[in-house]
Design a protein around this ligand. Structure first.
Ligand SMILES: Cc1ncc(C[n+]2csc(CCOP(=O)(O)OP(=O)(O)O)c2C)c(N)n1
Ligand code: SF4
Length: 311
C-alpha cells in the first residue's frame, strides 16, 4: 500500500483510530533509503505482537519491516508457527499459507504479480520457521529454488517447533533435548545454507539478528538480488528463549554467544557472480544518493546562514 492508497478523506480523519492516522502520517512507505534507524522516529509497520515477552523473533520482525526496500509493493507469505502470531499486526500485505506450502504459494504469487503489473516492482518475501522451511516444507522450498523463482525466503531458525511445544526439527543441534523430543537429536543440524547455494540461490546468508544494521544489509541485498536475478535465502537465528530455558532479557546474549567465529551462527555469506555485480552497482548508486543528500543539506544550511546574516 502506498501512502496515496491509505490516505484518509479529510472529512473522515478525526473519526479514524489514532493508530491509523499515525500510520498515514508517520510511516515510511515510499521513503528512499528507509532502514532500521527509522525505528523510534517514524511509525513502524508492526503495531504490536503476541509472541512471548523478549522473543528475538519480535526484534527480527521490527528490523526486517524497517528494512524492506519497498513495503508498499511487497507481499509477505507466512506459514503456521510463532511467526504467524505476528502477521495480523503487520502493515504490509501478507498471506498465510498452509504449513509448509509457503514457497509454492510465493511462486504462484510472484508470477501472477509479474503478469498483472509488468515492469513494476513487486517484491515477494517468504518468512517462516525452520519446521515449515526445512522439515514439512522442504520439497516446496527446494523446488522454488530449482525453478529459480524470483523471491526471498527467510527462515527464522529457532532450531525446533516452538509453537507446538518443542518438537525436534532438522535444524536442531545434535544432542539437544526438547520438551517434546526427550531422546535428544541423534544427527547434526542440517546445513540448509549450503543446500540453498547448491540448489541455485544467488544470495545466501546465515547469521543471528543481534545487529540491526547487519539485518538491514542482508534483507536489502536479498530482496534486490531476488528482484533482478533469482532466489535468495536468509537463515536467521531467532532463539526460542522459552525452549532453551532463558529469560526474556537473555535472547540478545544467546545470539551474541552463538555468532562467535567457531559457533554455528558465525556470519556466513554466499553471493553468486551475477549477484556480486548487481550489488556492486547498487552500492555505487547508494553512495551517490547519500552524497547528493549531504550536499543538499549543506546547501540548505549555507542558505539559512546567509539569510540569518542578512537579517
Ligand atoms: C499442515 C499442518 N501440519 C502441522 C501443523 C501443526 N503445527 C503448527 S505450528 C507447527 C510447528 C511450527 O514450527 P516452526 O515452523 O519451526 O515455527 P516456530 O513455531 O518454531 O516459529 C506445527 C507442526 C499445522 N498447523 N498444519
Ligand atoms: S514459543 Fe519461543 S519462538 Fe515462540 S514466541 Fe515464545 S519464545 Fe518466541
Amino acid at each position: 500500500m502506498s501512502k496515496e492508497r491509505i490516505k484518509i478523506a479529510p472529512e473522515m480523519f478525526d473519526i479514524m483510530p489514532e493508530e491509523y492516522q499515525d500510520l498515514v502520517e508517520r510511516a515510511t512507505y515510499g521513503k528512499d533509503g528507509r532502514g532500521w534507524k527509522d525505528i523510534g522516529t517514524s511509525k513502524e509497520l508492526i503495531e504490536e505482537h503476541s509472541l512471548c515477552a523478549g522473543c528475538p523473533e519480535s526484534m527480527a520482525f521490527r528490523y526486517i519491516l524497517a528494512s524492506l526496500p519497498a513495503p508498499e509493493d511487497t507481499v509477505m507469505v507466512g506459514s503456521t508457527g510463532c511467526t504467524s502470531l505476528v502477521f495480523p499486526h503487520v502493515g504490509v500485505h501478507n498471506i498465510h499459507s498452509l504449513f509448509g506450502n509457503q514457497n509454492a504459494i510465493a511462486s504462484g504469487l510472484k508470477r501472477a504479480l509479474s503478469v498483472r503489473f509488468p515492469g513494476q516492482v513487486k517484491d515477494v518475501v517468504v518468512l517462516a520457521g525452520d519446521g515449515a522451511t526445512v522439515d514439512i516444507g522442504l520439497d516446496m522450498t527446494l523446488q522454488a529454488w530449482f525453478r529459480q523463482e524470483k523471491f526471498t525466503t527467510i527462515c527464522f531458525d529457532n532450531e525446533l517447533y516452538a509453537n507446538t511445544g518443542g518438537q525436534e526439527s532438522g535444524l536442531m543441534q545434535k544432542g539437544f533435548v526438547a520438551k517434546m523430543a526427550p531422546v535428544g537429536k541423534t544427527f547434526e543440524k542440517v546445513k540448509l545454507p549450503e543446500i540453498a547455494r547448491e540448489s541455485g540461490c544467488h544470495y545466501v546468508v546465515n547469521c543471528t539478528v543481534s545487529k540491526p544494521n547487519l539485518v538491514e544489509k542482508v534483507i536489502k541485498n536479498a530482496i534486490h538480488v531476488a528482484r533482478e536475478i533469482g532466489p535468495t535465502y536468509l537463515q536467521l537465528y531467532t532463539p526460542c528463549i522459552l525452549e532453551i530455558g532463558k529469560n526474556s532479557m537473555e535472547g540478545l546474549q544467546e545470539m551474541r554467544d552463538s555468532e562467535k567465529p567457531t559457533e554455528r551462527f558465525a556470519y556466513k555469506e554466499y553471493v553468486s557472480d551475477e549477484a556480486k555485480e548487481l550489488l556492486t552497482e547498487l552500492a555505487a548508486k547508494e553512495k551517490e544518493r547519500k552524497a547528493a543528500l549531504k550536499k543538499q543539506l549543506a546547501d540548505k544550511q549555507a542558505a539559512e546562514k546567509e539569510l540569518a546574516a542578512k537579517a
